[in-house]
Design a binder for this molecule. Structure first.
Ligand code: CP
Ligand code: NVA
Length: 308
């Protein structure tokens, strides 16, 4: 059987996402370790910093009976010019799977092309699919939706930068047929290709997707989701971004526009006082930290599916 990678939300059908979510809920409910990965190894390559992705994947592997091998990209021979082709061929000889956090999405695609073991995207400049599986799980929990179908009436609004996280949420909304609004400054709207792919997918799933630069379009939101204004790798733009994004802060004024049962999500790390106020972080800590916890359960489901 051909190996399967998870590089983008579009690598999964709605049926596969639902099945992963069901498995994740089961793993969470059982609260016990399924030690099926005896002797299996997962390599974790990080070109960028990480807290949640690194620790949740490592813990997931251990709890499943396998072994994570943490690889700082700075210490690999790739840093000295070894090609992705050669690195992928070699790592495939030692490992049962490879998770990569990289700058360029194309690099992870190239790893997947030459690797004979499954490759998982642990965040690129373009997408963060593992994050979004945990996010959908969290929305289901907090809005008491037993099925993905019943999520269709939940209005999800992402406020802020059209970054990797927003791109993957947009993709998930398109694939699962969700009601999704992206509120962002005009000059930081999603790339045409990303938006067109979602808009092309939406009619077949019934997804309702809209993009707006008007913060008032967060009106009646059941979920307000945000992320940092300056993603890793864009630090040189920080000053400019802070100015442009000021009116897109998730604060009590914005929450007044939302539905009374609205929850707040943040993929974390958060910069309190920038994209979200400390007050809102604290008020909605239940959903935000459940979201972080759900990374562990969702990724266990992914690992069981891809590495078993
Ligand atoms: N949300 C997320 O991926 O966090 P880390 O950058 O800490 O892994
Ligand atoms: N958009 C953020 C997500 C961090 C998990 C970044 O890429 O830095």
């Amino acid at each position: 059987m051909a190996k399967k990678d998870l590089l983008s939300i579009y690598d999964l059908s709605a049926k596969e996402i639902k099945s992963l979510l069901n498995a994740a809920f089961e793993l969470k409910a059982k609260k016990k370790n399924l030690t099926v990965f005896n002797g299996k190894t997962l390599g974790l390559i990080f070109e960028k910093p990480s807290t949640r992705t690194m620790v949740s994947f490592a813990a997931a592997m251990v709890q499943l009976g396998g072994t994570p091998i943490l690889l700082n990209a700075q210490n690999l021979q790739r840093k000295r010019g070894e090609s992705i082709h050669d690195t992928a061929l070699v790592l495939s000889k030692y490992l049962n799977g490879l998770m990569i956090r990289a700058f360029k999405h194309e690099d992870v695609e190239e790893f997947a092309k030459y690797s004979s073991v499954p490759v998982i995207n642990g965040l690129t400049d373009y997408e963060h699919p593992c994050q979004i599986l945990a996010d959908i799980m969290t929305i289901m929990e907090f809005h008491k939706a037993k099925t993905v179908e019943s999520l269709k009436k939940v209005k999800i609004v992402f406020v802020g930068d059209s970054n990797n996280v927003a791109n993957s949420m947009l993709a998930a909304a398109a694939v699962l047929g969700l009601d999704f609004t992206l509120v962002c400054p005009k000059e930081y709207a999603p790339e045409k290709e990303i938006l067109n792919k979602a808009l092309k997918t939406a009619p077949s799933t019934g997804a309702e997707i809209s993009i707006s630069s008007d913060i008032n379009d967060a009106k009646d939101a059941d979920v307000i989701y945000t992320d940092v204004w300056t993603s890793m790798g864009l630090e040189a733009e920080e000053k400019k971004r802070k100015k442009v994004f000021t009116q897109y802060q998730v604060n009590s004024e914005l929450l007044r526009k939302a539905s009374p049962k609205c929850i707040v999500l943040h993929c974390l790390p958060a910069l309190r006082g920038e994209e979200i106020t400390a007050e809102i972080m604290d008020k909605y800590e239940d959903s935000i930290f459940a979201q972080a916890e759900n990374r562990l359960h969702a990724q266990k489901a992914v690992l069981l599916e891809l590495l078993r």
